[in-house]
Write a protein that binds this ligand. Structure first.
Ligand SMILES: Nc1ncnc2c1ncn2[C@@H]1O[C@H](COP(=O)(O)OP(=O)(O)O)[C@@H](O)[C@H]1O
Ligand SMILES: [Mg+2]
Length: 288
């Protein structure tokens, strides 16, 4: 019987991370794979020791990229690959990768590195960003989930205040897609296939994230939406992806972001589709 380690972050207190791991464990059992759930800190990354036991593969639900790399270096297949997790965990890096693949997305400017004790306020750089994107615009910190580090900036005053607080932090500026206010689509892809999708909408916020108050329902994707989600997942190399799509003024899709450890509980509740099942099936096929 094949074995799988499912790894999540043990420092996070919310039950939803363990719940996510349990859903993946259920999917393993459905496919005759023995799952073992671990918190990331339960595996000691010792430089001079090999793991005593190794599973056939790892489903990595955390952003502890060092641990994912450590496990991969021990010869264990890790899904998603640590490099994919790293790209997706850093929105700045991710948008660079999506741009390289000519993915349709809002105009995005990656903020330059500024050391925390210094400033480029007087350089004219920020005026250039304002000129290019106009107001309102979106600022996103590179590392953030559930809409928590995504800001809608409406005034110059808010803009300069925000960029000032973000010194030392990786972030990006992005064209605000007003036609997509409070609505987006979450598409789960596995390998070359779209497995499930839901339409998310919020009455109270520009962000459609469910954790942020958004509601979700089923949706049948257009060919364009399907194709764009698949090309975006491919552009970052993800076996398992949660792609967020926005609607432009003509209702055509734009990629908002690609998640490498997308939570699958909400989409399961909304669509009845267990994305973990398709994921485990895909891994088993890939491992042969
Ligand atoms: N450029 C944008 N224009 C309009 N709305 C956006 C834009 N970018 C993000 N959003 C909204 O904010 C939400 C969170 O942004 P996202 O990039 O997906 O970050 P997170 O990783 O926190 O989910 C999206 O689901 C979408 O509803
Ligand atoms: Mg998102």
């Amino acid at each position: 019987m094949k074995t799988c380690w499912i790894i999540y972050n043990g420092s996070l207190v919310s039950d939803k991370f363990l719940d996510q791991a349990r859903l993946m464990a259920e999917a393993c059992q459905n496919h005759g794979v023995q799952p073992f759930i671990y918190k990331n800190y339960e595996i000691q990354m010792h430089s001079a020791k090999k793991l005593e036991q190794a599973p056939d593969f790892v489903i990595f639900l955390d952003k502890d990229i060092l641990l994912a790399t450590y496990l991969k270096n021990q010869g264990i297949p890790v899904f998603n690959d640590p490099e994919v997790i790293e790209t997706c965990d850093n929105k700045a890096k991710q948008y660079i990768q999506l741009a390289k693949a000519n993915i349709r997305m809002p105009k995005t400017i990656i903020a330059p590195k500024v050391y925390p004790k210094f400033t480029i306020r007087e350089s004219g750089y920020f005026e250039g960003v304002l000129e290019e994107l106009g107001l309102p615009l979106i600022i996103k910190e590179a590392h953030g989930s559930f809409g928590m580090k995504v800001y809608l900036i409406e005034t110059q005053e808010d803009f300069f205040e925000k960029v000032d607080t973000l010194r030392g932090v990786d972030f990006i500026f992005q064209q605000y897609i007003a036609s997509s206010y409070g609505r987006d689509i979450r598409v789960n892809t596995i390998g070359d296939e779209v497995v499930a999708a839901m339409y998310r909408h919020s009455e109270t916020d520009f962000r459609a994230n469910i954790t942020n108050g958004g509601k979700a329902e089923t949706i049948t994707l257009t060919k364009e939406q399907e194709q764009l989600a698949l090309t975006a997942a491919k552009a970052v190399g993800a076996d398992f992806a949660g792609v967020d799509l926005l609607f432009d003024e003509q209702d055509q899709p734009l990629v908002c972001e690609v998640n490498a450890a997308s939570h699958i509980r909400n989409i399961y509740n909304v669509t009845g589709i267990h994305v973990g099942d398709a994921f485990v099936q895909h891994i088993l096929k890939k491992l042969g």
